[in-house]
Ligand binder design. Structure first.
Ligand code: ADP
Length: 499
C-alpha cells in the first residue's frame, strides 16, 4: 500500500493525482467536463459526464504510473461545491442536468427569501448569505420542475447529493450515500453548529429528508470503491469541498492560518479552529475539513473575477498574448500612474455583495498605455483580496500573520509582490500549488493510517517563495484609499440582472 489516489472534480475538469507516503505528487491526469448554458444565467452539467470524466482520469493516472489499485491505500475526494444532483436510487440515472454552483436560476426565490421574516434565522443557522449560489434552492427547483420528482423523493425513490456524494455513491455501487460536513455546510440546509440537517430549513425549502445523504466527517472511511471501477476494492477515506481541501492542503489547520486561491475567481479562507465564526462583515461562516467529533470552522470570502480579468485582457481586448505575459508587462512600469481597474463584470462578491456594480477603468490620462492597464488589472486582484482579508481580520479578531497562496495566478511574481505590499503581510507560495488534490489526499491518508497525525502532513508543507512587503505604509494606504474610491464609483450602476 504505497500510494494515495486523490480525485479532484472541478468545474471545468476532473483530475486524478497519485501521492506517495511523503505527500509528493507522482502523477496527475485530467479530463475536461462540458458546461451548458441553456438560458442566460443558467449553468448545467451532465452528472454522468462528471462521473465518466472522473473515473477515466483515475484509471489514466494509475496506468500512467503503472500502479495497480491494490497498491492504493485510500481514495480522497474533493469537488466543486454546491453543484446539485438528483438521481434515481434504483437505476443511478440523474433525473435532470446537474445545476452548477454558478447557476442563477433561483435568484428570484432567494431574493424573496432574503426579504422574508425567515432570512435572519437562515443566516444565523447556516452561516451563509442567502443566495442562489448554495444547493438548497437548486434542489427545490429540481423537485418543483421535474415531473413527479417531489412525490418520488417523498417515497424514497430519489437521492440528492453534491458532487462528492454522487461520486461516492457511484464508486461504491450505491452502497454509501453520504456527504462530508464541509460540503453539507454549503447546502443552506445544515445547521452549522450541530453539523446535522435542520428540520426547519428542510421545511422552508420543502426538501424531503429521505433523499438526503448522511453527513459524515471529512477524514473517515466513507465507503469502499467497488473493484469493478479501478481493478480492486479501495477504501474512500477523505472528502472535502475544494476550498476546504485547499485550506487543509496548505496546512492551515490552526486559528488564523489563511489561504487564498487565485483562479478564475479568488477564494480566501481563514481557519478559526473549533470556534464557530459569526461574520458581521458579510463573509461566510463554513465548516473546514473536520475529523470525527472535532468540528472545525473557517471564515470564507469569495471574489467572482480575479484571473478571469486577465483572460478578458487576453481574449476580449487582445492586450496580452497570454496570462503569463502579464507579469513582464506589468513589471515594466513602477505603478499604474493612478489608473484603477475594478473588474466588477458580474457585480461584486464579498464583502460588497453588490449585483448592480459594473466594471470600471478610472484615472486614465494621455500618459496611460497598455502596461498601466495590465498592471491595474493585476493590482485589482490584490486590492480585492485586501478587502477580504480586512473583513476576515475584523470578524475573527485574529491578525493575519501571513497569507498562503495557490491557484493559477499565484505563479505571477509581480502580482504576489504587490499583494504583499498592499496587505503589508508576507505572502507565502508553497512548492506544490495543487493544494486541493493534496488536501483530499491528506484527509484520506490520515483516516487510512497512511499518515499518523496532522503534524505529519503539516511537516510536508514547503514554502517555495515568500514575498515580504516592501512598500511603506503611507504609500500603501494612499493606494488603497484610491481603490476604495474606484469601487464606490462603480457601484449601483445597473439594476440586478433578472433571473
Ligand atoms: P480555475 O481553477 O478557476 O480554472 P486556475 O487555478 O487554473 O483556475 O487559474 C487559471 C486562472 O488564472 C485564469 O483565469 C488565468 O487568467 C489566470 N492566470 C494563470 N496564470 C497566470 C499568470 N501567470 N498571471 C496572471 N494570471 C494568471
Amino acid at each position: 500500500m504505497r500510494f494515495l489516489l486523490s480525485l479532484d472534480e472541478g468545474t471545468t475538469s476532473a483530475r486524478a493525482a497519485l501521492y506517495d507516503a511523503q505527500g509528493r505528487r507522482l502523477a496527475l491526469q485530467s479530463r475536461p467536463i462540458a458546461c451548458s448554458y441553456p438560458q442566460p444565467g443558467w449553468v448545467e452539467q451532465d452528472a454522468l459526464d462528471i462521473w465518466n470524466a472522473q473515473i477515466e482520469a483515475a484509471r489514466a493516472v494509475l496506468a500512467a504510473h503503472s500502479v495497480s489499485a491494490s497498491e492504493v491505500a485510500a481514495i480522497g475526494i474533493t469537488n466543486q461545491r454546491e453543484t446539485t444532483i438528483v438521481w434515481d436510487r434504483a437505476t443511478g440515472q440523474p433525473v435532470s442536468p446537474a445545476i452548477v454552483w454558478q447557476c442563477r436560476r433561483t435568484a428570484g426565490f432567494c431574493a424573496d427569501l432574503a426579504a422574508s421574516s425567515a432570512a435572519a434565522a437562515v443566516t444565523r443557522k447556516t452561516g451563509l448569505v442567502i443566495d442562489a449560489y448554495f444547493s438548497g434552492s437548486k434542489l427545490r427547483w429540481i423537485l418543483d420542475h421535474v415531473p413527479g420528482a417531489r412525490s418520488r423523493a417523498l417515497d424514497g425513490e430519489l437521492l440528492f447529493g453534491t458532487v462528492d456524494s454522487w461520486l461516492l455513491w457511484r464508486l461504491t455501487n450505491g452502497a454509501s450515500h453520504s456527504t462530508d460536513v464541509s460540503n453539507a455546510s454549503r447546502t443552506m440546509l445544515m445547521d452549522l453548529a450541530s453539523g446535522e440537517w435542520d428540520g426547519d430549513l428542510l421545511n422552508l425549502f420543502d426538501i424531503p429528508r429521505a433523499m438526503l445523504p448522511r453527513i459524515i466527517a471529512s477524514s473517515v472511511e466513507a465507503g469502499i470503491a467497488h473493484a469493478s471501477h479501478l481493478g480492486a476494492e479501495i477504501p474512500i477515506c477523505g472528502i472535502a469541498g475544494d476550498q476546504q481541501a485547499a485550506l487543509f492542503g496548505q496546512a492551515c489547520v490552526q486559528p488564523g492560518l489563511s489561504k487564498n486561491t487565485y483562479g478564475t475567481g479568488c477564494f480566501a479562507l481563514m481557519h478559526t479552529g473549533a470556534r464557530q465564526p459569526v461574520s458581521s462583515h458579510r463573509l461566510l461562516a463554513t465548516r473546514a475539513a473536520s475529523f470525527p467529533s472535532q468540528p472545525q470552522f473557517a471564515i470564507e470570502g469569495s471574489i467572482f473575477i480575479a484571473g478571469a480579468a486577465v483572460q478578458w485582457l487576453r481574449d476580449k481586448l487582445g492586450l496580452v498574448p497570454s496570462a503569463a505575459a502579464t507579469e513582464a508587462i506589468a513589471s515594466s512600469v513602477p505603478d499604474t500612474g493612478g489608473v484603477y481597474f475594478v473588474p466588477a463584470f458580474v457585480g461584486l462578491g464579498a464583502p460588497y455583495w453588490d449585483a448592480s456594480a459594473r466594471g470600471s477603468l478610472s484615472g486614465v490620462t494621455l500618459a496611460t498605455d497598455t502596461r498601466h492597464i495590465v498592471r491595474a488589472t493585476l493590482e485589482s486582484i490584490a486590492y480585492q483580496t485586501r478587502d477580504l482579508v480586512q473583513a476576515m481580520e475584523a470578524d475573527s479578531g485574529e491578525p493575519l500573520r501571513e497569507l498562503r497562496v495557490d491557484g493559477g495566478a499565484s505563479a505571477n511574481n509581480c502580482l504576489m509582490q504587490f499583494q504583499a505590499d498592499i496587505l503589508g503581510r508576507p505572502i507565502v507560495r508553497p512548492a506544490d500549488t495543487e493544494t486541493t488534490a493534496l488536501g483530499a489526499a491528506y484527509l484520506a491518508g490520515l483516516a487510512a493510517g497512511f499518515f499518523s497525525s496532522v503534524s505529519d502532513v503539516q511537516a510536508f508543507w514547503r514554502a517555495e517563495r515568500t514575498f515580504e512587503p516592501l512598500m511603506n505604509a503611507d504609500r500603501r494606504e494612499e493606494l488603497y484609499a484610491g481603490w476604495l474610491r474606484a469601487v464606490a464609483q462603480c457601484r449601483h450602476h445597473s439594476a440586478p440582472p433578472a433571473c
